[in-house]
Design a protein around this ligand. Structure first.
Ligand SMILES: NC(=O)c1ccc[n+]([C@@H]2O[C@H](COP(=O)([O-])OP(=O)(O)OC[C@H]3O[C@@H](n4cnc5c(N)ncnc54)[C@H](O)[C@@H]3O)[C@@H](O)[C@H]2O)c1
Length: 348
C-alpha cells in the first residue's frame, strides 16, 4: 500500500487533472480538496475520486473552467448555477457570496444547482467557521437518488443526502458536523470493497432487501441499497434534506431518469454576533464542549470527542505519518493517469 506526503499527493492529482485538460489553478483547487479529505480520514472523498472525476469530464458531465452565475439575488439570498463545473470550485465561489452576505447583513442564504460533486461537504462550513460564521448546509445529488432505500423500502430512491453544520470557536478549531444521512456513505463502501473488508452491520441491504455486510452485495449487480441511519428518523432527515437542497435550489428532488452526477445544495451562513451581542455565543459553545466532555465514560471508550474532532486528530496524524492509498485505488489512479500519458511512481 503506497504512502504519500500530502504535498506529493496534491502534485500527483494536479498532474493528472492538468493532463486531462483542467487549467492549473482549477486543478489545484480540486486536488487540494481531495487530499484534505484524505487528511481528514475520509478516504472515500479523497484521491480515490480522481478516476471518477476524469471519467465525468470525458463524458461531459463535469465541465472545467466554469464559475457560479447568480440568477436571483437579494441582500440575504443568492440563487446560483454552476454550469456543471467542478463542485469544489463552484462550492467555494458560492460560499464566498454567502459569507459576504452574512458579514454585511447577518445572514447569507445560497441555493446552488448545476454543480459537479462538491466532495467532502464539511470543507465549506469549516472555511466559513474559520472566519467566525455559523453554517447549516444541506446537499442532495441533483435529483439522482440512486443509493439509499426509504424507511420500509428496499429500492434505491434517495442519495446519501448529507448535512453539515459548522460552528466557530473562540479558542480552537471549528466544530464541524459533517455526515451522510445514510447509515454509511456510498464512497466508504467502495473503499471497503477495494480493501476487502466487510461493512458494519445495519448499513446496507442486498438486492432482495436482506441485511448484509458484504460491500459487493450493495455494489452489485444486482444492486442493493444503503439504509438510512437511525431508521425512520434518518429517513425523515434525508427526505427533508432532499427538499431543502433540491426543491429550493432548482436542482430538483430525487426522481427517476436523472443520470448526471452532481450536487444541489442550500446553505445558510449566519454571523453569530447579529444574534448574540458580546461573546455569549462563544462562551455557550465552550461551555457545552466542556459539559459533554465531562461525562462519565461508557464501557469501551477512553475519551469523548465532539463533531469535527476525529477529523482533526486524523489530519494531525496523517500530516506526520503520510497518507496510505490502498492498492486498488492506486491502480485505478495510475490507469487514469496513463490514459493521459502520465506515468506515476508510488514513492516520494
Ligand atoms: N458530496 C456528497 O454528495 C456527499 C454525500 C455523502 C457523504 N459525503 C461526505 O462523506 C463523508 C463521510 O460521511 P459519513 O456520514 O460517512 O461520516 P462519518 O460517519 O465518518 O462522520 C460523521 C460525523 O460524525 C463525527 N464523528 C465521527 N466519529 C465520532 C466520534 N467518535 N465522536 C464524536 N463525533 C464523531 C464526525 O466528526 C462527523 O462530523 C463526509 O465528509 C460527507 O460530507 C459527501
Amino acid at each position: 500500500m503506497p504512502k504519500f506526503s500530502p504535498h506529493r499527493l496534491i502534485a500527483i492529482a494536479e498532474e493528472i487533472f492538468t493532463a486531462a485538460g483542467v487549467e492549473e489553478g482549477e486543478a489545484g483547487i480540486v486536488s487540494e480538496h481531495l487530499v484534505l479529505a484524505n487528511l481528514a480520514g475520509h478516504d472515500s472523498h479523497g484521491v480515490l475520486r480522481i478516476p471518477e472525476y476524469v471519467e465525468w469530464m470525458e463524458a461531459g458531465d463535469v465541465v472545467p473552467g466554469q464559475h457560479v452565475s447568480i440568477i436571483h439575488e437579494t441582500p440575504v439570498v443568492a440563487v446560483m448555477e454552476g454550469g456543471w463545473g467542478f463542485g469544489q470550485v463552484i462550492g467555494l465561489e458560492a460560499f464566498e457570496v454567502a459569507m459576504e452576505k452574512a458579514r454585511e447583513n447577518g445572514v447569507g442564504i445560497i441555493a446552488v444547482s448545476q454543480c459537479g460533486h462538491i466532495g467532502r461537504v464539511g470543507h465549506y462550513p469549516y472555511l466559513a467557521a474559520e472566519q467566525g460564521l455559523v453554517t447549516v448546509m444541506f446537499v442532495n445529488t441533483h435529483g439522482g437518488g440512486k443509493l439509499a432505500a426509504p424507511w420500509g423500502g428496499r429500492g434505491r430512491r434517495l442519495s446519501a443526502n448529507p448535512i453539515s453544520v459548522g460552528i466557530p470557536r473562540e479558542d480552537g478549531e471549528p466544530l464541524v458536523l459533517d455526515m451522510a444521512t445514510s447509515a454509511i456513505a456510498d464512497g466508504k463502501l467502495k473503499d471497503m470493497h477495494n480493501r476487502g473488508v466487510p461493512a458494519p452491520a445495519g448499513c446496507i441491504v442486498d438486492a432482495d432487501g436482506n441485511p448484509t455486510t458484504d460491500p459487493a452485495a450493495y455494489i452489485g449487480p444486482p444492486e442493493g441499497a444503503l439504509l438510512p441511519f437511525g431508521g425512520h428518523k434518518g429517513f425523515g432527515l434525508s427526505f427533508v434534506i432532499d427538499i431543502l437542497a433540491g426543491a429550493l435550489s432548482g436542482a430538483g428532488c430525487s426522481r427517476e431518469g436523472v443520470n448526471r452526477i452532481g450536487n444541489g445544495f442550500l446553505a445558510v451562513v449566519i454571523q453569530p454576533e447579529q444574534l448574540r451581542a458580546g461573546d455569549g455565543f462563544y462562551a455557550d459553545v465552550a461551555g457545552l464542549v466542556q459539559h459533554v466532555k465531562g461525562s462519565e465514560l461508557a464501557a469501551g471508550f477512553d475519551e469523548i470527542l465532539v463533531p469535527g474532532e476525529p477529523e482533526i486528530r486524523t489530519r494531525q496524524q496523517r500530516m506526520r505519518e503520510g497518507i496510505a492509498i490502498d492498492d486498488t485505488a492506486w491502480g485505478k489512479i495510475c490507469a487514469a493517469a496513463e490514459r493521459y500519458g502520465v506515468r506515476l511512481i508510488a514513492s516520494e
